[in-house]
Ligand binder design. Structure first.
Ligand SMILES: *Cc1c(COP(=O)(O)O)cnc(C)c1O
Length: 247
């Protein structure tokens, strides 16, 4: 029997198809990342059974808990999508293939420092606060070019693109504006031709706005609630008040 995670996944994929058709894009060009904060392992396994392979965590601690149990499955890939404190860098670079949330030079430095020690490189996205909401992490759009220039000096970091969280509880036009701004910054940065900077990935769109994000060029959408159901912790737990600011 089909379980609810599988049914939800089907619905999301149909919507993805429709958004691609509406904007003349290919479905292969949009990846679905499942946001797994607070989601118990049983639900993750349902998603894996349904063929999903790309997962994103917000906190180093939850990642550390889930990673060993998930490793038994082949081809699972983890990305880090939450606010990253510099003292958690060591943990996170062990588990993930892409960090979506590099939003300040100090974090870039901490990553570089750790990666040099481990003789490794890491793919990263630069998170931009396109909605200018105070509750959100992310570099201000005006700082984006400068930040990417600074990050491009670290030879352990490959900047693969940009990430944003669209304005929440907003009209479609307001969220669309956020996504267009991200696309615009992508173009600006591309023109600079910086070393190790590629700008092919746009990580944008969540349960409430992924269709608009796809229409505006998202290459990764990050979906939690629409697949796994409501979370028992409010997002503020992950996005601000309780997140420790270390710099
Ligand atoms: C929780 C979260 C998502 C997914 O949000 P939903 O609304 O549940 O789809 C996407 N991106 C980030 C950074 C998140 O923290």
């Amino acid at each position: 029997m089909e379980h609810f995670v599988e049914a939800n996944l089907k619905t999301v994929k149909q919507q993805m198809e429709l958004a691609c058709q509406a904007s003349g894009r290919q479905i292969e060009d949009v990846k679905l990342l499942l946001a797994t904060k607070t989601v118990p392992l049983e639900k993750l396994q349902m998603a894996i059974q349904a063929g999903e392979t790309l997962f994103g965590e917000n906190k180093a601690q939850e990642l550390r808990g889930k990673f060993p149990l998930m490793q038994q499955f082949n081809q699972i890939e983890w990305h880090f999508i939450g606010h990253l404190q510099t003292n958690k860098v060591k943990d996170v670079v062990k588990y993930v293939t892409l960090i979506h949330s590099v939003d300040r030079l100090k974090l870039g430095q901490a990553l570089h420092h750790q990666l040099v020690k481990e003789n490794k490189t890491m793919d990263v996205l630069v998170q931009i606060n396109t909605s200018y909401e105070e509750s959100k992490f992310g570099a201000p759009p005006e700082m984006a070019v400068e930040l990417v220039e600074q990050l491009s000096q670290f030879e352990t970091l490959n900047v693969k693109g940009l990430m944003t969280i669209g304005k929440l509880n907003a009209t479609n036009d307001e969220t669309r504006h956020c996504f267009r701004l991200l696309k615009c910054i992508q173009t600006q940065i591309r023109e600079k031709n910086l070393p190790r900077v590629q700008m092919d990935i746009l990580s944008m769109g969540m349960s409430g706005d992924y269709k608009v994000a796809i229409e505006e060029g998202a290459t990764i959408i990050r979906v939690g609630t629409s697949v796994f159901g409501q979370r028992y912790l409010p997002d503020s737990y992950y996005w601000n008040e309780h997140a420790q600011q270390d710099d």
